[in-house]
Design a protein around this ligand. Structure first.
Ligand SMILES: [Zn+2]
Length: 313
């Protein structure tokens, strides 16, 4: 009886000690962290949430560990270059963009590339005598005293051009096209006349040798207004009409193709009258970056041969 009593006492004491240690550990929070990590539940609605976000491991709060705003794969998928971190201006275009927005941007830009809307024709990338887009459509607003055969642009560009001129008119500015599409032969006559009048070296700064004119691609138009007597003058950029174009053209997918201070890139003087259709995505970004079409294609990895412009002989 006595030995049995001692054993009972020992068991009771042991239970008290175990209870005491357990209470101490719970109170000190020693189990707190482990519970969420060791909880043996699989994924789904029972997955453990961190009990105390402030005490979570650094990876959840460190911004450098956050997933990127865009998925580099969505650039590669559309044949576009992933913006490099060191290319700060270009990289900044994607600030605040969600993955979905970035993918949409890549998709629309790639569609414009596919449609040939970023196709470059310049001194380095000329086209042949017979190059002519097969979808030329009439432009509604033009200076009546210029060659009728130039009142065309590629279909999508022509529609966008008409909409742009109508929007300008709604704001009170009357703008017209002087020449848009020019055939190789038309350009040949134009260029020859300029060379006769100004000499070749000066003519080359504002007029293109046949085959190197962007006008042959059907995506460019020269515009003017009565305020400069429908001439193609740099003063046009200072008129209300010229300012309206510089401010709003991108909303319709157009850029000022030969901006001020970019002669070394484009090969042409500042031409506030020469607009070029590239689609809304590229136009808005080119305006934001203040760059040229050549620079924009380079930074996006757009190859000048990656196009499918349908042409007819
Ligand atoms: Zn032009």
């Amino acid at each position: 009886m006595k030995e049995f009593g001692t054993a009972k006492l020992l068991i009771a004491a042991l239970l008290v000690i175990i209870l005491g240690v357990s209470v101490f550990l719970i109170m000190s929070g020693a189990f707190g962290q482990d519970v969420t990590i060791l909880k043996p539940e699989g994924p789904g609605k029972h997955a453990a949430e961190p009990q105390n976000p402030e005490a979570s491991p650094g990876a959840l709060n460190d911004p450098s560990e956050q997933p990127p705003a865009f998925d580099p794969g969505s650039f590669e998928k559309y044949g576009l270059r992933v913006p490099a971190k060191e290319d700060a201006d270009f990289n900044a275009l994607f600030d605040g963009m969600s993955r979905e927005e970035a993918e949409n941007r890549n998709k629309t830009l790639a569609a414009d590339v596919e449609a040939g809307n970023l196709f470059i024709i310049n001194k380095k990338f000329p086209v042949g005598k017979t190059y002519k887009a097969s979808d030329l459509a009439a432009i509604k607003y033009f200076a009546p005293d210029r060659a009728a055969e130039t009142r065309f642009m590629r279909s999508e560009a022509a529609q966008a051009f008409n909409s742009m001129i109508e929007a300008a008119a709604a704001d009170g500015y009357k703008i017209v096209m002087t020449t848009a599409y020019r055939s190789y032969d038309f350009q040949s006559i134009l260029y020859t006349n300029y060379v006769k009048k100004y000499g070749q070296s000066e003519a080359d700064t504002f007029s293109a040798k046949p085959g190197t004119s962007e006008h042959q691609g059907g995506l460019a138009a020269d515009i003017s207004a009565s305020s400069v007597n429908y001439q193609l003058l740099q003063e046009f950029g200072e008129t209300d009409e010229g300012r309206w174009i510089a401010e709003n053209a991108h909303k319709f997918g157009f850029i000022l193709r030969y901006p001020e201070g970019k002669t070394d890139v484009t090969g042409y003087i500042y031409e506030p009258w020469h607009v070029r259709y590239v689609g809304k995505t590229a136009a808005s970004e080119i305006k934001r970056l203040g760059c040229t079409l050549e620079e924009y294609c380079n930074m996006n990895g757009i190859k000048n041969d990656a196009v499918s412009v349908k042409t007819k002989e």
